[in-house]
Design a protein around this ligand. Structure first.
Ligand code: ATP
Ligand code: MG
Length: 429
């Protein structure tokens, strides 16, 4: 027997029982972003590899270890996008959308790909919903992005399940000065570092700050601290952000070791974290990347954004029992028809009902069957009413309307009164 085909490890099917939760999350966020004046952008899933190598940076885990990269038939190196920001910046430059200081407030959603070790909350194909804003340099917009996510948590009932971690990385010059000081300090203690951190000391030293290694963390206690190196403007920016968060009552924890994995951040960085999902606890992460556009050869363009992990948020909603019941509500009406003439009439009738009641959720029995079997299917569907159409009903131009969720009697309703009758019945519940 041939081996049954399976999906690639870490690439999940999202089954019909799960998609309502996904849509609930996506629709809630999309409506919210719309309400704040953000516009959707849709970007390709494949880009030239160089885009990510340049945009995310060599020395990051994503570029060094996690990308799905291959040569196409034309021998060009392409990569399945591991994140959305680089492609978004590419699109801005390609279409001239950020030139002349034009403000852009954008959002996107879709699959991302990283070759990681699959586990709960960490997959190889995963989904993000992200936001990017261009040409607004001040802390007001950093605050707006955080306020927006906070409103999402409140809408979803997650406000008590997540906490905000906040940091400022300073200007790229300040960050470079700090990096030098940190490297000098750690270089003297090189032999005490874990192997990963030894490697990072040359490739991406700031990343050592969030090492999970106990020995390395112990070394870091006396290491130089980032905020001693912040430039004045970045300090003012950070104060401006905190004042705004205080003004709306968003609590945060300042975490000087929060540096984010990607190279292009400057000043504000933040993460929303939960302790309800084990070690994959970051559900939303972002920050300011004022240097990124120039890295792509564009004019200096302030940028700030974040991405949230859809799988992790879905898991969180499920774990906390916050998926609204009505997401899985069944159809309103199920039509059973017996015999060919009745089937034809039922089809015509169902289309008239859909015209008259656009929100009606109506299932027409398919595959014929005896009275008993169709009625069983109607009941099992969870519908609130069964409509019954046989030869007798056909002759009288009526249908039997049987409530399925209580004991009330079946009624005989004339075809042209049916829409009104159903509308009244469904309104009652
Ligand atoms: P982590 O530290 O968890 O690897 P990251 O810093 O690599 O996260 P980002 O690149 O900032 O993550 O992506 C933003 C968000 O996307 C994360 O906070 C997380 O919610 C989600 N995410 C990232 N990688 C994965 C993955 N492999 N599977 C599922 N969700 C992910
Ligand atoms: Mg990662």
């Amino acid at each position: 027997m041939s081996k049954t085909l399976q999906a690639i490890r870490g690439m999940n099917d999202i089954l019909p029982e799960q998609t309502p939760t996904w849509r609930y999350l996506e629709n809630t966020l999309a409506a919210l972003l719309d309400g704040y004046g953000y516009k959707e952008i849709r970007l390709p899933i494949l880009e030239f590899t160089e885009l990510f190598a340049r945009g995310i940076g060599e020395g990051t885990d994503v570029v060094d270890k996690e990308m799905y990269t291959f040569l196409d038939r034309n021998e060009e190196s392409l990569t399945l996008r591991p994140e959305g920001t680089a492609g978004c910046v590419r699109a801005m430059l390609e279409h001239g959308l950020t030139g002349g200081g034009q403000v852009q407030k954008l959002w996107y959603a879709g699959p991302m790909f990283r070759y990681e070790k699959p586990q709960k909350g960490r997959y190889r194909q995963f989904h993000q919903m992200g936001v990017e804003v261009f040409n607004l340099p001040g802390p007001d917009i950093d605050a707006e992005l955080i306020v927006l996510t906070w409103r999402l948590w409140k809408k979803l009932g997650l406000a008590d399940a997540v906490t905000l971690q906040l940091n400022s990385l300073g200007s790229s010059e300040a960050r470079a000065r700090y990096r030098d000081a940190l490297v000098a300090y750690l270089q003297e203690r090189y032999d005490l570092l874990d192997e990963d951190s030894q490697r990072r000391l040359t490739t991406n030293p700031l990343r050592i700050l969030d090492s999970k290694n106990g020995g390395t963390q112990a070394l870091l206690v006396d290491a130089p601290t980032l905020h001693d190196y912040l430039d004045e403007e970045s300090v003012a920016h950070f104060e401006g952000l905190k004042a705004r968060l205080d003004a709306v009552g968003i609590r945060y924890e300042i975490n000087q070791k929060l540096v984010r994995g990607l190279d292009y951040y400057s000043r504000t960085v933040f993460e929303w974290v939960t302790d309800k999902l084990g070690s994959q606890g970051t559900v939303c992460a972002g920050g300011r990347y004022d240097g990124l556009v120039t890295q792509f050869g564009g004019k200096p363009t302030p940028g700030v954004g974040y991405a949230m992990g859809v799988e992790r948020l879905v898991l969180l909603l499920e774990t906390l029992g916050l998926v609204p019941d009505e997401l899985n509500s069944p159809a309103d009406v199920y039509i059973c028809a017996f015999g060919e003439a009745a089937e034809l009439a039922a089809l015509g009738l169902s289309e008239q009902l859909r015209d008259a009641l656009p929100d009606l959720r109506l299932v027409v029995n398919a595959g014929a069957g005896s009275f008993k079997s169709q009625f069983k299917k109607a009941d099992k569907s969870g519908a609130r009413y069964a409509l019954i159409l046989g030869d007798d009903e056909l002759a009288k131009r009526v249908v039997g309307c049987k409530p399925l969720r209580d004991d009330s009697e079946q009624q005989s309703i004339a075809w042209d009164a049916l829409a009104e009758h159903l509308a009244a019945c469904l309104k009652q519940a």
